[in-house]
Design a protein around this ligand. Structure first.
Ligand SMILES: [Fe+2]
Length: 191
């Protein structure tokens, strides 16, 4: 008889999104420098000695096999590079599968796009749960003044494809113009 995978618990601190049992994956500006639209502003920030923490992911790694679920939290800090708000790198899943995010702090915009060029933008706030269907690349953007924090859950065999997004960029950018949040077309986007 096959041995069962043992059940376990994790402790999420809902005030800050941290999970005490897990070491976070951190993403700083230098890790995202090819993703922000204003490369000169990125270089200026980095050359001044600043390399802000953009986001952290706490992920409870499961066996890389279908049937298991992977889950954890994402903490996206507030801030901007030039006019563009901080965002997560964004990715496709290697194996087509859906994902659920529930946001419990902050204010944001969720960007989605398919490889056929379809796009969708969803506003986010505490209490928003979003279903990402298979085939949609996804990125979250923090447009608020505090951290944007979510819990996610997806098929443990999904895998992450970051290189497609690195190559094409996202079709939409989220920027501040005239003190308002605006979603604009990315002039550098190409399928
Ligand atoms: Fe995902």
């Amino acid at each position: 008889m096959a041995k069962y995978f043992n059940p376990f618990t994790i402790s999420v601190d809902y005030s800050n999104g941290k999970i005490s049992e897990i070491a976070p994956i951190q993403c700083h500006l230098v890790d995202l420098k090819s993703h922000f639209s204003d490369r000169k502003a990125v270089e200026k920030t980095l050359s001044s000695g600043l390399n802000p923490l953009i986001y952290e992911v706490y992920e409870a790694f499961q066996p890389f096999m279908s049937g298991h679920l992977n889950f954890g939290t994402t903490i996206l800090n507030p801030g901007k590079i030039a006019k563009e708000y901080f965002f997560t790198k964004g990715h496709h899943h290697v194996r087509d599968c859906g994902e659920i995010y529930t946001f419990f702090k902050g204010k944001g915009i969720f960007l989605l796009q398919t490889k056929n060029g379809e796009t969708a933008e969803m506003p986010l706030k505490a209490g928003t749960t979003i279903y990402v269907p298979p085939g949609w690349a996804h990125r979250m953007v923090n447009v608020g003044k505090e951290e944007l924090i979510s819990i996610f859950c997806y098929d443990a065999a999904a895998g992450h494809d970051y290189s497609s997004i690195e190559r094409t960029g996202f079709a939409k950018l989220v920027v501040e113009r005239n003190r308002k949040t605006q979603i604009i077309d990315n002039p550098n986007f190409s399928i």
